[in-house]
Design a binder for this molecule. Structure first.
Ligand SMILES: [Fe+2]
Ligand SMILES: [Fe+2]
Length: 146
């Protein structure tokens, strides 16, 4: 299986959870529970990338390559916004400004991964390396109860 296909499926499922949360974000405790589910799923995806795919890319392209450097910065911004949203929901205040920011950052980030990163990995790695990467991703995913 291609890395692009596997990771894209995850993007789509994360996007669906984000949509459900956005529809319910003003619904008090219900919003909090839905957000927690979305956050957990997104953090699982990020962990799989940082602990498996970015490491492979750094081994191939060098630790100071521009691509994983930029993607890591975007992950940090996404994690920061997830914390801000959680704090806002906990305090019962409106999270809309952070929701909008997260939507924008995630959209740009996913496009960069789809157009440049995953496809580069698929072109660069042989079948064996790809299968090993996907098996490692499944292992990292097990840490997250979803
Ligand atoms: Fe990512
Ligand atoms: Fe991703």
């Amino acid at each position: 299986m291609k890395i692009t296909e596997f990771m894209d499926t995850d993007h789509i499922e994360i996007g669906k959870l984000f949509d459900v949360y956005l529809e319910r974000h003003a619904d008090g405790s219900a919003a909090y529970g839905i957000f927690a589910q979305f956050r957990n799923r997104l953090e699982r995806h990020i962990a799989c990338e940082e602990e498996v795919l970015f490491k492979i890319a750094d081994d191939v392209a060098g630790k100071d390559n521009m691509l994983t450097g930029e993607l890591r910065l975007q992950h940090d911004r996404i994690k920061e916004l997830l914390s801000k949203i959680q704090q806002a929901l906990k305090a019962g205040s409106n999270a809309k400004i952070f929701n909008d920011d997260l939507f924008a950052v995630m959209s740009a980030h996913e496009k960069m991964e789809d157009d440049s990163f995953y496809s580069w990995l698929d072109d660069t790695l042989d079948e064996k390396a790809k299968n090993e990467a996907l098996a490692s991703i499944v292992e990292v995913s097990k840490r997250y109860k979803i």
